[in-house]
Design a protein around this ligand. Structure first.
Ligand SMILES: [Zn+2]
Length: 147
């Protein structure tokens, strides 16, 4: 693994279970034990009912593109090699919206509503990042790109 020069997540008491899950290639989210709301970002309180009673659940890793942008400018030098790249909000099947990258297809192939699945990127010994790739379906005509 080459030295990773991009920013890494800031782990805190609320999100450490999420990042621990990512290291194991498991997408974990908090679920309110009172109202059932599944939330992201991780927080001490449920934003729906303010309950502090929380359990962690594993998401299936599938969703759809809610919205996206194609970056043609690298605001940090470490991202230049990726240009152009896609930053997207993925709406997971379980409900949370996750800010991520779309990989495995060209930026011109990404559309809102496109089905995607998690594609783990191991960037350091401590961190694996959940990126998303198209669910390959013949009707989308997705060309394969390296991740
Ligand atoms: Zn709640």
């Amino acid at each position: 693994m080459d030295e990773y020069m991009k920013p890494l997540p800031k782990v805190n008491g609320d999100n450490e279970e999420f990042w621990k899950g990512c290291r194991e290639h498991r997408l974990m989210f908090q679920k309110c034990a009172d109202c059932g709301h599944i939330r992201w970002p991780a927080a001490a309180l449920c934003p729906e009912c303010l309950s502090m009673d929380t359990e962690w659940i594993e998401a299936g890793g599938r969703g759809t593109i809610y919205t996206f942008a194609v970056y043609h400018v690298a605001y940090l030098a470490a991202f230049e090699e990726d240009l152009p790249y896609v930053v997207a909000t993925v709406e997971l099947t379980e409900g949370p919206h996750l800010l991520t990258n779309v990989v495995g297809c060209g930026p011109d192939q990404v559309t809102c509503g496109m089905p995607v699945e998690v594609a783990w990127k191991d960037v350091t010994a401590e961190f694996s990042l959940p990126k998303f790739r198209p669910v390959l379906k013949r009707e989308y005509g997705i060309r394969k790109f390296r991740i």
